[in-house]
Write a protein that binds this ligand. Structure first.
Ligand SMILES: NC(=O)C1=CN([C@@H]2O[C@H](COP(=O)(O)OP(=O)(O)OC[C@H]3O[C@@H](n4cnc5c(N)ncnc54)[C@H](OP(=O)(O)O)[C@@H]3O)[C@@H](O)[C@H]2O)C=CC1
Ligand SMILES: O=C(CO)COP(=O)(O)O
Length: 309
């Protein structure tokens, strides 16, 4: 929607031919963006090989990105990825998966505070675009940005990948705090200490602090962890209220990335010897059968420490 609004011809690919035909026929993506008319500059196809143009953007769940990239016809040029997560099976970040599967292309991450519905409705949004080649990144940001989409560029792929992946896990924690009725003080404390974990992981794994304090880190953490519109936060709220993970996921069509990233993030932190108690607590609740109250007590009973650590 946004790129079409910026004047670019856009072809939208949907994997299901019936869905592609329905979107083309009704000019609406009724399953994911009901009530929002498709921009007239967008064509729709179910044929991946038919996608032309010099820019490709993939908006697919993190755990499925590798399989889609493997099916993509090889072509040089920028490959934009919106997925926010870490591949559970390998611990790889999204740009690493792109580099492995499509070495002929240049991975570009587009990330930041951006509920899709608001972007599609043309509400003002600012994002970070990460590309190893700063000049190419700057050119993309200028070409894709417009009045309601402001793009900042960086070469820091790792920082952008890390911020986008971790904010989802931290949002689940924030949601649990809300759902458990622990109060807004506790939520603010948890989000702040979660940011400290993000910064420590950045320092250990190669993300720049200014990236993590920018749109794709702190910005997206603020949006996601403080809004029940977020799928990750709302999942946390439901868990905090006592519903089971299976029940919550069973009622959803859309992906809740933090559920799949929590274990990989906890493993990466442990392997690097980085203290990440909030991420570890989310992983324990989701994947290791920990009771929520036990996990919360574990966080509250940690020994006192200097804040800047
Ligand atoms: N929604 C948002 O506000 C934002 C999302 N993101 C990120 O972008 C990524 C995608 O998110 P979003 O679009 O919201 O996710 P949704 O779950 O809402 O939609 C996923 C899309 O991917 C398709 N899909 C699902 N599984 C596969 C698969 N195995 N192979 C190919 N296509 C598949 C779905 O098609 P089908 O209907 O056929 O299953 C659907 O079109 C996530 O990592 C998310 O964190 C980033 C910024 C904002
Ligand atoms: O990434 C997002 C906003 O920037 C969307 O967050 P959720 O996936 O939690 O809905």
């Amino acid at each position: 929607q946004s790129f079409a609004a910026a004047g670019h011809p856009v072809t939208l690919w949907a994997r299901d031919p019936d869905r592609a035909a329905a979107i083309q026929g009704t000019r609406e993506n009724a399953a994911y963006l009901p009530g929002i008319g498709l921009h007239p500059g967008i064509a729709v196809t179910a044929d991946l090989a038919a996608i032309g143009g010099d820019l490709r953007l993939l908006a697919a769940p993190a755990q499925h990105l590798r399989a889609i990239l493997q099916r993509l016809p090889p072509r040089p040029g920028p490959l934009l990825i919106t997925a926010k997560g870490i591949e559970t099976a390998t611990g790889r970040f999204m740009d690493e998966i792109a580099a492995e599967t499509r070495p002929e292309a240049a991975p570009v991450l587009l990330s930041g505070p951006s509920f899709a519905e608001e972007v599609a409705r043309g509400l003002p949004t600012a994002l970070t675009l990460a590309c190893a080649d700063a000049e190419a990144g700057a050119a993309l940001a200028r070409s894709l940005g417009h009045r309601t989409l402001r793009l900042y560029w960086t070469e820091d792929l790792r920082g952008v990948a890390l911020g986008g992946a971790l904010k989802n896990v931290l949002a689940i924690a924030a949601g649990i705090v809300t759902g458990r009725g622990l109060g807004e003080n506790a939520r603010a404390a948890l989000v702040t200490r979660g940011l400290a974990e993000m910064m420590r992981l950045g320092a250990g794994l190669g993300g720049r602090p200014e990236t993590l304090m920018g749109l794709s880190g702190l910005g997206d953490l603020l949006l996601t962890a403080c809004s029940a519109t977020s799928r990750n936060t709302s999942l946390g709220i439901a868990l905090g209220q006592g519903r089971s993970l299976a029940e919550i996921l069973g009622a959803r069509r859309s992906v809740t990335e933090g559920v799949w990233t929590a274990a990989a993030a906890a493993r990466l932190a442990a392997k690097a010897g980085i203290d990440a108690p909030v991420i570890d607590a989310v992983d324990a609740v989701l994947n290791r059968g920990a009771a929520i109250d036990t996990a919360v007590a574990g966080l509250l009973l940690r020994p006192a420490k200097r804040e800047a650590q």
